[in-house]
Design a protein around this ligand. Structure first.
Ligand SMILES: Nc1ncnc2c1ncn2[C@@H]1O[C@H](COP(=O)(O)OP(=O)(O)OP(=O)(O)O)[C@@H](O)[C@H]1O
Ligand SMILES: [Mg+2]
Length: 359
């Protein structure tokens, strides 16, 4: 039986091995690769033996350099931006490349307790033995400090403010006090923290000033051009369909994919590609990640129930669910887009008809 999803360091173990063989640059203490090689792992490139490192992030290399450089300092890294701009994705790959382990992860939620950032107790042991080292259950943050590894905190702003603030001592003193055992954990070289947060979700808890100062923020933007966005999608779709879809198989679907990306970009930006017509944006994120999932659903529909070739009809079914998140407001916005923009496009008749049928 094969696993549904591998960790980045498992999936790309060969790339990481090859990179470390050719890595002759200075490595910060506790790092598996030099900052240069970490950036190459993320952005892709070719090694002296012609081995190809695949690009993981498609976009501005400078942003990734800033992110990696931050992690070599005593500041933590905050990846910030709209939903679906690859914050979690980049954070996982950074941890995999730097520490060889992307699994030290705290998933930020509203009800998250302090024990997920500091430590908890195995209550059976605590009752039997009292507070001892063996009764203590370390959090991923504590393990990262002990082993000198990168720790990831997802959706930092969903965590309540007082729990967030437990990170302040960790980040400024690189220290985790354990008063029950009258001891403390001092972080080992190689420890740092990557947090992600998005600026769109409701119900967020703003970071306190004290915590903000412990982070360097890197904002991941939405793709600048349609070509860039197409490239991201192409990579991800081939990757998601490994085993049954090659780049060459995907090529005939490009015109369809381009139309979907155009719709996403226009609705996201509130204006048509040619800049002539203003349109309203729906409540959903209309992110690249969402476009990827629409196309992937379309491909699944065509593979199992269609001709195997992606059609407007397959995409229309997947498209509606992704655009209409609010049944009233978004429905109106989508109708308006169909009638005023799509209907008028000569080459879009099939997609327009298919979308109309699904309303
Ligand atoms: N610039 C990009 N380069 C490569 N992949 C990208 C890019 N932008 C988006 N993606 C793809 O989008 C998908 C979703 O990204 P991810 O889950 O990391 O988003 P996120 O920013 O964490 O969103 P959220 O705020 O919803 O958590 C990933 O599979 C990633 O491959
Ligand atoms: Mg995320």
């Amino acid at each position: 039986m094969s696993l549904l999803r591998l960790h980045a360091e498992q999936q790309f173990s060969e790339e990481l091995d090859q990179l470390s063989r050719f890595d002759s640059w200075e490595k910060p203490d506790g790092w598996r690769l030099s900052p240069r090689c970490v950036v190459m792992y993320i952005m892709g490139g070719q090694l002296p033996n012609k081995f190809q490192v695949s690009p993981k992030y498609i976009g501005n290399q400078r942003l990734i350099e800033i992110a990696v450089a931050t992690l070599t300092t005593d500041r933590a890294l905050l990846l910030y931006g709209l939903p679906g701009t690859a914050k979690s994705w980049v954070s996982e790959h950074l941890a995999a490349a730097i520490s060889g382990n992307s699994t030290l992860l705290v998933q930020g939620t509203n009800g998250l307790g302090e024990e997920n950032i500091r430590y908890g107790w195995n209550y059976a042991r605590l009752l039997a033995e009292g507070p001892t080292n063996t009764a203590l259950v370390p959090s991923p943050v504590m393990r990262g400090m002990m082993d000198g590894k990168i720790v990831r905190v997802e959706e930092l702003t969903r965590i309540s403010s007082d729990v967030q603030d437990a990170l302040i001592t960790v980040l400024s003193e690189k220290l985790l006090p354990i008063p029950e055992l009258n001891t403390e954990i001092q972080a080992v070289e190689g420890f740092n923290l990557i947090a992600t947060a998005n600026n769109r979700d409701k119900g967020v808890n703003e970071l306190s000033g004290a915590l903000k100062r412990r982070f360097n923020t890197v904002i991941l933007p939405t793709p600048e051009t349609i070509e860039e966005e197409m490239k991201i999608i192409e990579h991800r779709i081939v990757d998601l369909n490994k085993g049954h879809l090659k780049l060459a198989d995907l090529k005939p679907s490009y015109p369809e994919i381009e139309r979907i990306v155009t719709i996403f970009r226009e609705l996201r930006n509130g204006v048509t590609q040619d800049g002539r017509n203003k349109i309203k944006s729906p409540s959903g994120a209309m992110s690249t990640a969402e476009a990827i999932s629409v196309i992937n659903s379309g491909i699944a529909l065509s593979r199992h129930f269609g001709s195997g070739q992606l059609t407007a009809n397959d995409l229309a079914s997947a498209l509606i669910g992704s655009i209409i998140k609010d049944p009233v407001q978004d429905q109106v916005i989508w109708q308006e887009y169909l009638q005023t923009i799509m209907k008028g496009r000569e080459k879009w008749k099939d997609l327009y008809q298919a979308c109309k049928q699904h309303l």
